[in-house]
Every structure is written in structure tokens, then in C-alpha cells.
Design a protein around this ligand. Structure first.
Ligand SMILES: C[S@@+](CC[C@H](N)C(=O)[O-])C[C@H]1O[C@@H](n2cnc3c(N)ncnc32)[C@H](O)[C@@H]1O
Length: 246
């Protein structure tokens, strides 16, 4: 099992290497730009990704007094989008380096609190404190699905009765086995040395793992919650709407 210190160290290194790319690898590694001509920048893409998560799951409306927890907040992309719509956002990440960047990026957003997580629990957050939990492109990177099940139980613990969570997991085991990226070993080494290609993509903390949906349902039940909706079962972008017991 990959331990939490490894995940923290891995994501700290990626944050120092090129934080925005490792948060959203649709960006070009070198130029930091998106392809295409939709005019989106990093933050507007984050806003759109947040909307797609909620709309795909037909999630309940966010309330202006709601307290939201963003698990694996990275540099604050989704936390910024959420903070504009709710009362308070708790932004949690295993990487201190990511959090440093998130704090800087969101210095103009007063209703966000930042928490350095331990990599496998929501220990910083008390029971029944949260109206809404969100998480995107985080659990797919966790090397051991047991950690993800643990987080799902924790989500049940921190949610207020009737609160809900919208998050993404991978449900495609094969994608985590694949050689990634595809260039030859020589090209990869040369690219990394030249600084034109990302490092660390063979690491378990990048490759991640898929969850089993029955185990995910059981984890939700163990946390006093239930899975109300699943979209994208069998894919890397499996979206989950969870509801805490009333
Ligand atoms: C690809 S980034 C996505 C960031 C953010 N969710 C977004 O969509 O902008 C993945 C983030 O998850 C964090 N992360 C990875 N493993 C984690 C874990 N076990 N617990 C909490 N955060 C974790 C990383 O430090 C990184 O900031």
C-alpha cells in the first residue's frame, strides 16, 4: 500500500514542477495554454468543470449559506468556483505545496479555509459539519482503492444529515495499468531532462486505481450514507451523487 507520506511527497514535487498542468493536464505542459479556441483560461475551465459535475448528477441547488468541502483542492480551481456561490468552503489537500499555491491564488476570496489533510481521512473536519462535499480528479489518482473507500465513509461522517456529495472516481481498472504517456522510454527520458515532458507519470500516486462500485456502495452505507446516482460507470470519469442519511 502506498502510504500517505508518499502521496504528499509526490504531489508536492508535482506542484513545484508545474502545478497547473498536474491539476488540469488538458493544458499544454510547456506553454500552459489550452488547445482549441473556446477562449477558456484555467479558472473558467474550473468553473465549467464544477458545473458539469453538478449538472451531470442533477445535484441539488447550492445554498448561499451552505458549507462546502473540496477534497483534493489542488491550487483552488473548484474551491474558487464554489466560494462564489456558498457561505464557506473548506479546501483540503494532502500536498502542502498545492495548498500554498491555492492560498495565494484565492487570496481575494475571504470565505475559503485551507486544511492540510493526512492523505486518507477528513480528520480536520468535525462530524455533521458539511452541507456539500465535492471532489474531482483526486480519487482516480489514489493508488489503493481502500483509501478511497475510507474517504467515502469519512464523507458520510462529516456531512450533515441530508447533506450530499458529488465526486468523481475511476471505474476503469484497465486505464491504471496502461503505459502512460505513450512515447518510448528514450523519448520520455530526453523530454524530462529537457523539461518538455512531465515527470512522475509512472508513479503509483499518478497512475492511481479504480474502485469497485459494490465496495463503494458499502463504504457509503458504512458511513451512514447512500449512493443516489452514478453516471459513467465503467469509465475513468464515473460521477457519484451520495446522500447522507436524514
Ligand atoms: C489532479 S489534481 C486536481 C485538483 C482539483 N480537484 C481540481 O480539479 O482542480 C489532484 C489533487 O489531489 C490531491 N491529492 C492526491 N491524493 C490525495 C489524497 N490522498 N488526499 C487528499 N488529496 C489528494 C493532490 O495533491 C492534487 O492537489
Amino acid at each position: 500500500m502506498t502510504d500517505s507520506r508518499h502521496m504528499a511527497r509526490y504531489w508536492d514535487e508535482r506542484a513545484r514542477e508545474n502545478a497547473e498542468y498536474f491539476v488540469d493536464n488538458r493544458l499544454d505542459y510547456k506553454s500552459g495554454a489550452y488547445g482549441g479556441d473556446d477562449g477558456d483560461d484555467f479558472w473558467s475551465k474550473g468553473e465549467k468543470d464544477f458545473d458539469v459535475l453538478l449538472e451531470t448528477l442533477d445535484a441539488p441547488a447550492l445554498g448561499s449559506d451552505d458549507t462546502v468541502l473540496d477534497i483534493g483542492c489542488g491550487v483552488g480551481r473548484l474551491s474558487r468556483a464554489a466560494a462564489a456561490r456558498v457561505g464557506r468552503v473548506h479546501a483540503l489537500d494532502v500536498s502542502a505545496e498545492m495548498l500554498t499555491r491555492a492560498k495565494k491564488n484565492l487570496a481575494d476570496v475571504p470565505n475559503v479555509s485551507f486544511h492540510l489533510g493526512d492523505g486518507d481521512s477528513l480528520g480536520a473536519i468535525g462530524d455533521d459539519q458539511i452541507d456539500v462535499v465535492v471532489s474531482l480528479v483526486v480519487f482516480q489518482h489514489i493508488p489503493d482503492p481502500e483509501i478511497t473507500y475510507g474517504y467515502v465513509r469519512e464523507i458520510g461522517r462529516v456531512l450533515k444529515p441530508g447533506g450530499w456529495a458529488a465526486f468523481q472516481v475511476s471505474n476503469d481498472a484497465e486505464i491504471h495499468q496502461r503505459e502512460y504517456p505513450t512515447p518510448s522510454l528514450l523519448q520520455r527520458v530526453a523530454g524530462r531532462l529537457r523539461g518538455t515532458m512531465p515527470k512522475g507519470q509512472d508513479d503509483p500516486a499518478w497512475r492511481g486505481s479504480a474502485v469497485d462500485l459494490d465496495r463503494l456502495r458499502q463504504a457509503a452505507a458504512d458511513g451512514g450514507a447512500s449512493i443516489e446516482r452514478l453516471e459513467g460507470a465503467g469509465t475513468q470519469y464515473c460521477l457519484v451523487l451520495l446522500r447522507a442519511g436524514a
